[in-house]
Design a protein around this ligand. Structure first.
Ligand code: TYD
Length: 211
């Protein structure tokens, strides 16, 4: 039985990853293919802990937030657990897997607080996806989208941080490309259908490659 393909979508917060994952899943189903859409942080125990840490419901004994190094390790642990419990078994059974975020997120976000080489080491047990798609949306646009869809984030405080994360994403995506990973960078600021059209073309290319 041919194995499933593993596709990960990436981008700064509000870049439309989850919407595009949903549309891509529909497209796979329309083709009569088996597909599993998933996300990181996961809905599993380590993902739940991460979400509680991010919302400061889990803190240190003195009430301060968990430090960046601890969080980086939690994201990496969640990923390995995700692979073992969900992603790999699905791929082995011929089911395609689309993930809303994967290790490129750790490279772009956690390198704000720790050095990238170490982040790469703690993620080195995470297998390469068949395709990474980075949706590039200017942070001002993604912030505007988020303030429409969700409760208001602190727009001006978050914006410079998002600019840095986007720069990290672009730098690391280019580097991984040079190292032979299949990373595609696309303009995510265009209309939804147009972005989805390009994603589908890229995915079709991957589906043609036989293992
Ligand atoms: P997000 O996709 O926004 O989750 P939700 O839609 O459930 O709120 O992810 C939560 C945050 O975690 C987001 O800001 C990106 C960040 N993140 C990292 O910093 N490192 C990682 O490895 C991952 C997967 C996410």
């Amino acid at each position: 039985m041919p194995k499933g393909k593993f596709i990960a979508l990436e981008g700064v917060d509000g870049s439309g990853i989850s919407t595009q994952v949903g549309l891509l899943k529909k497209w796979f189903l329309g083709r009569g293919e088996r597909v599993f859409a998933t996300k990181e942080p996961t809905d599993g125990p380590i993902g739940a802990l991460i979400r509680q840490a991010l919302t400061r419901r889990v803190v240190r004994p003195d009430g301060s937030p968990l430090d960046d190094t601890t969080l980086a390790l939690l994201f990496a642990a969640d990923r390995v657990d995700h692979l073992r419990c969900q992603i790999v078994p699905k791929l082995e059974h011929g089911v395609h897997v689309i993930s809303d975020r994967y290790y490129l997120s750790s490279f772009a976000y956690q390198s704000l607080g720790d050095d990238l080489e170490w982040i790469k080491i703690i993620n080195s047990r995470a297998r390469r996806p068949d395709l990474f798609i980075l949706l590039v949306v200017p942070p001002i646009t993604s912030q505007e989208r988020m303030s429409r869809d969700r409760w208001q984030v602190d727009l001006y405080e978050e914006l410079p941080k998002m600019e840095v994360i986007l720069r990290n994403y672009l730098a690391v995506a280019r580097r991984l490309k040079e190292e032979g990973e299949n990373v595609r960078i696309i303009d995510g600021a265009r209309p939804l259908e147009e972005v989805q059209g390009e994603i589908r073309t890229l995915v079709e290319g991957v589906l043609k490659v036989l293992d």
